[in-house]
Write a protein that binds this ligand. Structure first.
Ligand code: SF4
Length: 214
């Protein structure tokens, strides 16, 4: 299979339960809830996306084989002998929607290279086995089929998509994240208020944006 990649980059996970953790981001091109083109946003299922996942024109973007992609990802990891944490590259599969493309072969070749594989998915597509950290971020007006995992991270507020709909699902961590945009201050206050009232949920801030990095 040829994987279509928008970009690869090394940074830190800015949000959710692994906030602050160095990671290589593998951004797949394409999503099943929006084309990625502004002219289609108003008619998309998911309309608040803040990510450019269209095309393959980003850093290290392009079409890859499984081995080629794994090699390029590993080349970005600054592993040093004797540093235990650094010996296990942490890879975040994101998008777009990575579940459109990630498969057994890619998981296998990355595991063979010692990688820990995380995924950020909208949860509407089945996942292959073997992913080490599953984070589902539900979107309004969709049915999620990935109903268990490690983290459920909900962007808040969303019309027709409320924390109560997901609180019973089989996840270890529940994160609530303010929707970005002109109302970020109000949304952040709403997230904090909700989490203080419902301590099952934790406040997730997009710290990479505050830090001015990707
Ligand atoms: S599901 Fe995620 S990647 Fe797809 S349009 Fe929505 S926010 Fe963007």
């Amino acid at each position: 299979m040829a994987y279509k990649i928008k970009e690869l980059f090394y940074s830190f996970q800015g949000e959710g339960a692994h906030a602050g953790r160095p990671a290589i981001f593998c951004r797949f091109a394409g999503c099943n809830l929006w084309t990625g083109r502004e002219e289609d946003r108003a008619t998309a299922i998911c309309q608040f996306c803040d990510t450019d996942f269209w095309g393959m024109d980003g850093t290290y973007g392009g079409k890859y084989s499984a081995d080629g992609l794994a090699d390029q990802i590993m080349a970005l990891w600054p592993g040093r002998p004797g540093e235990a944490e650094m010996a296990s590259p942490y890879i975040i599969m994101t998008g777009g929607e990575p579940a459109l493309q990630i498969d057994d072969e890619l998981i296998q070749v990355l595991h063979q290279r010692g990688a820990i594989i995380a995924i950020e998915t909208n949860g509407t597509l089945e996942l292959p086995a073997g992913i080490d950290w599953i984070c589902v971020s539900p979107k309004a007006n969709t049915d999620i089929v990935v109903r268990s995992g490690d983290e459920l991270k909900l962007v808040f507020p969303q019309i027709n998509c409320h924390p109560e709909q997901f609180a019973h699902l089989d996840f270890k961590h529940f994160s609530l994240q303010p929707m970005d945009g002109p109302m970020i201050k109000q949304h952040t206050a709403s997230v904090i208020a909700y989490c203080l009232e419902h301590p099952q949920w934790r406040v997730s801030l997009q710290t990479h944006k505050y830090a001015g990095v990707r």
